[in-house]
Design a protein around this ligand. Structure first.
Ligand code: HEM
Ligand SMILES: [Ca+2]
Length: 212
């Protein structure tokens, strides 16, 4: 539910059908189960297929990296984003992952690059670049599947989609000039504020910085 609220309050993010009542475990998951960022596309595809998520669904889900800012793949570039707009749920991630011309700070995950080039993924990937509505719809459908994997008490869940906040369907960033400068590699300190969703124009002034 928390993830679905976060998705819909992200500008341009979809409303995802949300079910509550899953029995959570008090035992933490064992380490090492997350997909490997250096794995080849075939093994990543198989990993998701084994969990009923096929190429089309994986292509849609991986678009969540439109909002991510890596920390651990290259710690020397902590908080570098996977597209130029980590605060916005747009299709720029699909475009920039396959583009040779991206701002310095955009950090392409090797797994995303590998998946985008896979013959069973590439056509879908290209379609999402030009069709944000199609992507949002496919993402929302596939996320329901992802979110219910391994849930034993599936028939005891309650649908709570209607309590989600409304979707934000248009967005103009008041911070775009500052973000543009940050993407060129300047103002390292701003990465963490961007990650927090802070208004950078205000932070910028508070830190005594100026655009020049
Ligand atoms: C092939 C499968 C995937 C791989 C290899 C992968 C890899 C990664 C990596 C390496 C990071 C950055 C971690 C760090 O250094 O901080 C990341 C972040 C993230 N990924 Fe994925 N990912 C995959 C699939 C997904 C899927 C299916 C979703 C959601 C539907 C997703 C959502 C996210 C989000 C939201 C973040 C940001 C997390 C944060 O900032 O705390 N990823 N992913
Ligand atoms: Ca984005």
């Amino acid at each position: 539910m928390g993830a679905n609220v976060a998705t819909v309050v992200c500008p341009l993010g979809p409303r995802v059908r949300s079910f509550v009542g899953r029995k959570d475990s008090t035992t933490p998951a064992v380490d090492g189960l997350l997909p490997d960022v250096h794995a080849d596309a075939d093994s990543l595809i198989q990993l998701f297929k084994d969990k009923t998520i096929h190429e089309h669904g994986l292509t849609a889900l991986i678009g969540a990296h439109t909002t991510s800012q890596q920390l651990f793949v290259d710690p020397s570039r902590a908080r570098d984003p996977q597209d130029s707009t980590p605060g916005v749920w747009d299709v720029l991630f699909y475009n920039q992952t396959v583009s040779d011309n991206v701002p310095q700070r955009v950090f392409k995950l090797p797994s995303d690059v590998a998946l985008a080039a896979h013959p069973n993924i590439a056509p879908e990937w290209k379609k999402f670049i030009t069709d944000p509505e199609d992507w949002n719809e496919d993402y929302a459908k596939e996320y329901v599947r992802l979110s219910l994997l391994g849930v034993d008490n599936i028939n005891q869940l309650t649908e709570c989609t209607k309590v989600l906040p409304p979707a934000i369907k248009t967005f103009n960033s008041p911070d775009s000039a500052i973000i543009k400068a940050w993407l060129k590699g300047r103002y390292d300190v701003l990465g963490k504020y961007l990650e927090n969703g802070d208004l950078l124009t205000g932070i910028f002034a508070l830190l005594g910085l100026s655009l020049n």
